[in-house]
Ligand binder design. Structure first.
Ligand code: AMP
Ligand code: GLY
Length: 416
């Protein structure tokens, strides 16, 4: 029995709350949360950028454990602030969060630790990028050094793409200061896979693997989004590959951060490209994925709070208990997303879904009369589980049409 606070407001945070609620022994709070987390936790209107206010609330409510969902507060040092106040919090310090908040720090770190990664150059002017492109050849990947909500990467296939990208980073300053330094990278080819591990500062345990679907429309067409769906486990995750990923990527990253004097405690999410069966790191993230948490967590049978406590105590087990079978998540989004869209559309029919379906809320709220309405681009995450990915996908696609949400769309090919 503990009082646990989850920070964040998306589908990932609802998935964290849902897993903690399943343990049936905690008092849960979510800040700021959404209409879904309100079903299992008390939502608290806190500004996550105001670390003093968050600390004050934790002290006032005698909260035992705080779990940080998104990257922004981690990069801003919320863990350092709360720890300095003597509070128990799960997530890396600001120094650890650099693995995600600075793509160039992360690349230099991978190089120093011998972690497989694409060839790259650090560039901070159009001239430097031009020279790197001439040197490395096309296609090439340009990546904003700082946080850009997953949108700072531009893949350039020809000179015209490079010119347009340079205008975006340096003239329009579309990513602000985050895009004034770039990692110019070899374009990896292969299949992507995400690995989610907890680190206790010395070693890791893998919670699961997943694949997400970043493009807006079927067949991987349309603009990049925060993620339109996900499947778990990744079909690529053989025991041999997982062992190689542990030995050449996860353990060297954790040992390397400890060597640098910044022991890393928290989620280590490795975004990987698997080419000819060999992994290379596309990026490290320092928090759970969204919408990958929504498929990884339902398959995790070890109580989530137990793993968090073990990570904080420096005593993670080798392996948690992961249920056999698969999970599929389809994101129901507002028409227009990832561009502009309307909010406040009523959502009904959720009670008509099969009993074993999981609905995580991502962008929902309750209006003045208590009706469930949309309040974001990605609105609902419909999750099914089954013996195989096609089984789980079939359940999701049988159930989604029962949801009445005008002006919504979703991909029809997740898990297909
Ligand atoms: P990131 O924000 O680093 O996850 O990048 C977004 C997406 O861009 C990734 O999921 C990949 O699809 C792609 N990407 C990023 N870096 C590379 C790279 N070096 N080679 C190929 N694709 C990449
Ligand atoms: N789904 C990708 C991410 O969470 O970064």
């Amino acid at each position: 029995m503990a009082k646990i606070l989850v920070l964040g407001s998306g589908g990932r945070e609802h998935a964290l709350i849902w897993s903690l609620a399943r343990e049936n022994r905690h008092t849960l709070m979510c800040a700021p949360g959404n209409a879904g987390t309100a079903g299992q936790a008390r939502n608290v209107a806190l500004d996550l950028a105001d670390h003093g206010a968050v600390a004050g609330f934790i002290e006032q409510e005698s909260i035992d454990l705080t779990i940080v969902g998104p990257e922004d507060p981690l990069a801003a040092g919320i863990v350092d602030h709360l720890e300095a106040e003597g509070l128990r919090v799960f997530g890396p310090t600001q120094a650890g969060a650099r693995l995600e908040s600075s793509k160039l720090f992360a690349r230099d770190f991978m190089k120093a630790m011998g972690i497989p990664h694409p060839d790259y150059r650090s560039c901070s002017s159009k001239e430097e990028v031009g020279a790197a492109v001439r040197d490395m050849g096309l296609p090439i990947v340009l990546k904003a050094d700082g946080l850009a909500a997953g949108k700072g990467v531009i893949i350039c296939r020809n000179e015209a793409d490079v010119a347009a990208a340079l205008e975006k980073y340096f003239d329009q300053k579309a990513f602000g200061d985050a895009g004034l330094a770039l990692s110019v990278e070899e374009c990896l080819v292969g299949t992507e896979m995400s690995v989610f591990a907890f680190s206790d500062g010395r070693r890791f345990t893998v919670l699961g693997t997943a694949q997400d679907y970043k493009r807006a429309y079927d067949g991987d067409q349309g603009p990049n989004t925060g993620g339109m769906g996900s499947i778990a486990p990744s079909p690529l995750a053989t025991p041999e590959l997982m062992e190689e990923i542990g030995d050449t990527i996860l353990q060297p990253a954790i040992s390397g951060m400890a060597q640098k004097g910044h022991p890393y405690v928290g989620v280590l999410y490795a975004g990987l490209m698997i080419s000819d069966g060999r992994p290379a790191v596309i990026e490290f993230n320092v928090r759970m994925g969204d919408p990958e948490s929504q498929v990884v967590l339902p398959l995790l049978d070890t109580p989530l709070s137990e793993l968090v406590e073990q990570a904080l105590a420096g005593q993670l087990p080798d392996k948690p208990v992961i249920r056999p079978g698969a999970a599929v998540c389809v994101v129901v989004a507002s028409e227009g997303y990832p561009g502009s869209y309307e909010k406040g559309k009523p959502i009904t029919g959720l009670e008509g879904l099969d009993g074993d379906m999981i609905i995580y809320h991502a962008g929902t709220s309750l209006d003045e009369s208590g009706r469930l309405v949309s309040s974001g681009g990605r609105v609902l995450n419909v999750v099914g589980t089954g013996a195989t990915i096609p089984d789980a996908a079939r359940k999701v696609y049988e159930n989604i049409p029962r949801i009445d949400f005008p002006g919504s769309f979703y991909r029809k090919d997740i898990g297909g």
